[in-house]
Every structure is written in C-alpha cells, then in structure tokens.
Design a protein around this ligand. Structure first.
Ligand code: ADP
Ligand code: MG
Length: 154
C-alpha cells in the first residue's frame, strides 16, 4: 500500500570496492542523518554493516573508526558526539520480544539520539517504525552495493 510517508522517502546508493570505501560511504551518509532517527541495517553476516557504522560514527565525530567494534556480545554500544549520541545495536543474537525489551531501546529513542540497528528487520516493530533502512549486498569478495532508503534530505 502506498502511504504518504513512503512517497516522501528518498533513495541513495553507493557502490564500494573495499572496507575503506564503505567507511568513507558511512562518513558521507552521516551528513544525511539527523537526530532523532532509527536506522535499520540489513544484510548478511559479513556484508559490511558494522564497517559502514564505523564511518557513520566517525562522521559525527563520536569516535574514531578503529574504536567502533561490533556489539556482538554487548548488544548495544554508545558513542557520544558533540550534538548527537549514536547507539549501535546488534540484534543477531536477540530472538524474542522479551530479550528485546531488556535492551531498553525505547528509552534510547530520544531527540538527541540516532539508533543504528543491525538485524532490526527481525522484529516487526522496526520494519514499521524505522526512519531509514540501509541494505548492504555482497557483490563479490570486495564489492558491496549499499542502498539507503528513508526520509533523507534531497
Ligand atoms: P556485518 O556487520 O555486516 O556482519 P562487518 O562489517 O563486520 O559485516 O564485516 C565486513 C567484512 O567484509 C570485513 O571483514 C571487511 O573487511 C570485509 N569487506 C571487504 N570488502 C568490503 C566492502 N567493500 N565493504 C565492507 N566490508 C568489506
Ligand atoms: Mg555487524
């Protein structure tokens, strides 16, 4: 069904051929994101979701890319920028609504925060509530196709 919200969504595409280029795409993308925002990152394991987040976090000057690591076990990492805080979440190991609730993500949805949620599409609520969705597709060993859909500045 076409909704008013969907019709105002913009698409941005990147094609990268190294992890470094994906980090650079993330820095560029940071310029299109603003708080409050809930962003879902979709793509297979090893596609480059965490690599892209390194660039986004660096773009907000909230951390250096080498200090941004996968929240595989801790599930939520926080990076505080000067104006915006970024919360990087990995729901790969989160399977139930109950587990999801214990992460307290609702408390993080705040005017100054951007949530970047890997595997967010596993949960229906994030398929409907998300402001933007970033899909990363592995083309070959080093090539990636990155598609960003959401309410972005044109
Ligand atoms: P995910 O978070 O989607 O599971 P990661 O970002 O942790 O994926 O891992 C991506 C892996 O793919 C890294 O080992 C990275 O070096 C490698 N890689 C190779 N080419 C690219 C590329 N163009 N973009 C992103 N990562 C790439
Ligand atoms: Mg990851």
């Amino acid at each position: 069904m076409a909704t008013g919200k969907a019709s105002t969504e913009m698409t941005r595409q990147y094609r990268t051929s190294s992890a470094g280029e994906t980090i650079q795409a993330g820095r560029d993308l940071a310029g299109l994101l603003s708080a409050p925002m809930l962003v879902v990152l979709t793509g297979d394991l090893g596609a480059g979701k965490t690599t892209l987040v390194k660039g986004i976090v660096e773009g907000f000057q909230a951390a250096k890319e080498e200090d941004v690591t996968s929240p595989t076990f801790t599930l939520v990492h926080e990076y505080r920028g000067t104006s915006v805080s970024l919360f990087h979440v990995d729901l790969y190991r989160v399977d139930t609504e109950r587990q999801l609730l214990t992460l307290g993500l609702d408390d993080l949805i705040d005017a100054n925060n951007i949530l970047l949620i890997e595997w967010g599409e596993k949960f229906e609520r994030f398929r409907t509530e998300r402001d933007a969705e970033i899909t990363i597709r592995r083309v070959d060993e080093t090539a990636r196709a990155i598609t960003v859909v959401g309410r972005l500045p044109s």
